[in-house]
Design a protein around this ligand. Structure first.
Ligand SMILES: [Zn+2]
Length: 345
C-alpha cells in the first residue's frame, strides 16, 4: 500500500505523549531569555547556537540539554517556554499533549518549584483559550539524582497535585534502575497519579530495567522501551497488558541508526501498542509531531490506516476522562471517514 502523504500527516488529529518541556527550548527563545536574564548567550545568533548542537548518545545529549535549562529563571520564562510549544503543536493539529517537566533541574539551582509550575500552568490555560489545545503535566524525576531528592520533590509538588496527572523517570539511566525510585512511585500512585518511565535504547541492564518498570514499579507506559523486542517474555507481557510505547523517531535515528526502518515495523509486527512523539524538538532540528510522524512514515512505510491507528493509540493511552477521549476519537474518525478509511456514518 502507498505510504501516508505529507498532507495526510499534517491534517491528522494528533496527541503527543512524550515531549520534555525543557527540550522544546528553541534557539530564538534562548536568546530572548538570555537577554532578559543577562546571560552571556545573548550575544550569540540562532545559527551559532544551533551549530553547537551535536550529540551521539544519552550523556552527550544531556550535557547540551542542562546548559539550556540554566536560561530558565523566572515564572515568565517557564510561561514563554510552554506557551511557545503549545502554540507550535496546536498549528500541527495536536489536540492534546502530555508534557514532561523536570523540576529538580530547576530547584537544584535555586529556582522554586512554585515558580516552575505556576508559569507552566498559566501558559497551559492561556494556550487552551487561544488555540483550543488541551494539555496536562507529567512530573519526571531525574534518575541520576538520589531517591531522597525525588521524595523531596514529590513533597514539594503536593500543593500542586491538581496540576499534575502523572509521574515519570528520565535522564541518565546508567546505574539508575526503576527500582531505585519504587517508594516515590508508590507514593505517587497512592496520591492518584499515573506512572510512566523512560527505558532508553540499549542501556546497560535494559531488559532488567524494562522488567522492573512493568512488574515492580507498575509503569503504565514505557517511554522508548525498544529493547523489549529482544526478549519474547517482555513482548508477551507488554502485549497482554496493552502497554503503550512512546516511540520517538528523531532520537532513535541518531542513537540507533536504522531504527525507524527496523524497529517501528518490528514493534507493529509484534502486536505492540505504539505512539509516535517528538521528545526534545528544540534540540532535534525542530522535529515536532508532524515531522516525527514523517520520519516514522519514511522509515517504516506507514500506511494511512496505520497512522490513524497510531494516533488512536495515543488518544486511548492519554490520561484523560472518557468523555474527553470520545471527543478526540470522534474527530479522528471524522478525519478517517473523509479520507475514505472508514465507511460513511
Ligand atoms: Zn524522553
Amino acid at each position: 500500500m502507498t505510504p501516508a502523504s505529507d498532507t495526510f500527516l499534517e491534517a491528522l488529529p494528533k496527541a503527543e505523549l512524550h515531549v520534555h518541556l525543557e527540550g522544546t527550548l528553541e534557539p530564538a527563545l534562548k536568546i530572548i531569555l538570555a537577554r532578559r536574564n543577562g546571560h552571556p548567550l545573548q550575544n550569540m545568533t540562532e545559527d551559532e547556537i544551533r551549530a553547537g548542537y551535536s550529540f551521539h548518545d544519552l550523556p552527550s545529549f544531556l550535557a547540551l540539554y542542562y546548559e539550556g535549562v540554566d536560561l530558565l529563571q523566572t515564572e515568565q520564562d517557564f510561561y514563554d517556554l510552554c506557551y511557545a510549544y503549545l502554540k507550535k503543536v496546536a498549528s500541527q493539529n495536536v489536540l492534546y499533549t502530555e508534557m514532561f517537566f523536570d523540576p529538580q533541574l530547576h530547584t537544584r539551582r535555586g529556582v522554586a518549584f512554585g515558580t516552575v509550575i505556576t508559569g507552566i500552568t498559566r501558559a497551559r490555560k492561556d494556550a487552551e483559550r487561544d488555540f483550543g489545545i488541551r494539555s496536562q503535566l507529567v512530573m519526571c524525576f531525574i534518575r541520576e539524582m538520589s531517591a531522597e531528592s525525588a521524595e523531596e520533590t514529590f513533597t514539594q509538588a503536593l500543593p500542586y497535585l491538581s496540576d499534575i496527572v502523572g509521574v515519570g523517570l528520565d535522564s541518565d539511566e546508567k546505574g539508575n534502575p526503576p527500582a531505585k525510585f519504587a517508594n516515590v512511585f508508590r507514593r505517587a500512585r497512592e496520591a492518584g497519579l499515573h506512572v510512566t518511565m523512560h527505558c532508553d535504547i540499549d542501556q546497560e541492564n535494559t531488559h532488567e530495567h524494562i522488567r522492573q518498570a512493568l512488574e515492580d514499579v507498575g509503569s503504565e507506559r514505557l517511554d522508548h522501551g525498544l529493547n523489549v523486542l529482544d526478549r519474547p517474555e517482555l513482548v508477551a507481557q507488554a502485549r497482554e497488558r496493552h502497554i503503550p510505547f512512546t516511540v520517538c523517531p528523531f532520537p532513535n535515528m541518531v542513537i540507533r541508526p536504522g531504527s525507524n526502518e527496523k524497529d517501528i515495523r518490528a514493534l507493529l509486527d509484534a502486536g505492540m501498542t505504539i505512539t509516535i512523539n517528538s521528545d526534545d524538538p528544540g534540540y532535534m532540528h525542530s522535529v515536532y509531531m508532524t515531522e516525527a510522524l514523517k520520519l516514522a512514515r519514511d522509515g517504516a512505510n506507514l500506511t494511512p490506516q496505520e497512522v490513524v491507528t497510531i494516533s488512536r493509540n495515543a488518544f486511548n493511552a492519554a490520561w484523560i476522562g472518557e468523555a474527553e477521549r470520545q471527543t478526540y476519537l470522534a474527530r479522528l474518525d471524522d478525519f478517517a471517514r473523509k479520507e475514505g478509511l472508514l465507511p460513511a456514518a
